[in-house]
Design a protein around this ligand. Structure first.
Ligand code: MF3
Ligand code: CO
Ligand code: CO
Length: 280
């Protein structure tokens, strides 16, 4: 495996795929309220992809080695679910936090991958702080992206910021190259040491998607009661809250371009220069 460098028309195709992935989240946003179930969100998501956009879900039926096929059009990870939560019939309630992770495939075969957090209803101060620090941690990583920088710089920026805020970084899952495949090289760790790992080159494209826990960093398979494992859901071992945000980013000649932006993308934090994190 090696890192693919995208050029010209490939970059344009990925701009489209990533904008469409972001627009699915824009579409879903007004529905994310107390009372809706994640299964209802899944139906809305699939319907929008297929019938409005003409895209496909990359997660529906996705079956990497060692996994049963993922059964839904997006991942819905609530509270202590770290990632890969499967939609179910439990209504969202006041104070829940949820990550919606959407990956689409365009008719031409390009993948766009992104996720956002939502606080249901009012939300506790602790939950809101976790979500906003995790958002800033993602952008601390994005800020590092430029030719000559290294992947370790991204991981280090995220880890230092999250740990200084009193949180922990999940180690078992990472960002990834993306393009004509869902998961390509390189692996983008959300922890690490500056000046280590691969050097960034214009045309590289990858996701940055830190999972940050309120408590300890350890994770485990998520089981409901004594039932069998669903094959996908990952939770925090100490059952503390976990948050995640995800963007797909392009390395440009001068820095970065965030590809998963659309009209409804939350504005970047104040430490990001104006116009860097808004849809064109
Ligand atoms: N979208 C996730 C990512 O960011 C992967 C989800 S795989 C699934 O890489 F099968 F769980 F949907
Ligand atoms: Co994703
Ligand atoms: Co991803």
């Amino acid at each position: 495996m090696s890192i693919t460098i995208k050029t010209g028309a490939e970059i344009d195709a990925m701009r489209l795929a990533c904008r469409l992935a972001s627009e699915v989240l824009d579409y879903l946003t007004p529905f994310i309220k107390p009372g809706i179930t994640t299964r209802e969100i899944d139906k809305l998501s699939l319907d929008y992809m297929v019938n409005v956009q003409g895209t496909k879900s990359a997660t529906l039926g996705y079956a990497p080695p060692g996994h049963i096929p993922y059964p839904a059009s997006l991942c819905t990870s609530v509270n202590d679910v770290v990632c890969h939560g499967i939609p179910n019939d439990i209504p969202l309630k006041d104070g829940d936090i949820i990550n919606l992770d959407v990956t689409i495939i365009t008719p031409e075969g390009w993948y766009g991958d992104n996720s956002r957090m939502f606080v249901i209803g009012e939300g506790t101060i602790a939950a809101k702080r976790l979500c906003s620090i995790t958002f800033e941690a993602m952008w601390k990583g994005i800020e590092q992206v430029k030719p000559g920088a290294r992947l370790g710089d991204i991981g280090h920026a995220i880890q230092t910021f999250a740990e200084n805020a009193g949180y922990s970084v999940v180690r078992e899952y990472c960002g990834h190259g993306i393009g004509r495949k869902f998961h390509e090289d390189p692996q983008v760790l959300h922890y690490g040491r500056p000046g280590t790992r691969e050097e960034l080159v214009p045309g590289m494209m990858f996701t940055i998607e830190p999972m940050i826990n309120l408590g300890k960093r350890e994770i485990k398979e998520g089981r409901k009661g004594k039932g069998p494992y669903d094959g996908w859901t990952i939770v925090t071992k100490d059952r503390s809250l976990s948050a995640q945000w995800e963007h797909t980013v392009l390395v440009t000649e001068t820095g970065y371009e965030v590809l998963t932006l659309s009209a409804g993308s939350p504005p970047p934090p104040d430490f990001i220069p104006a116009a860097k994190g808004t849809a064109a």
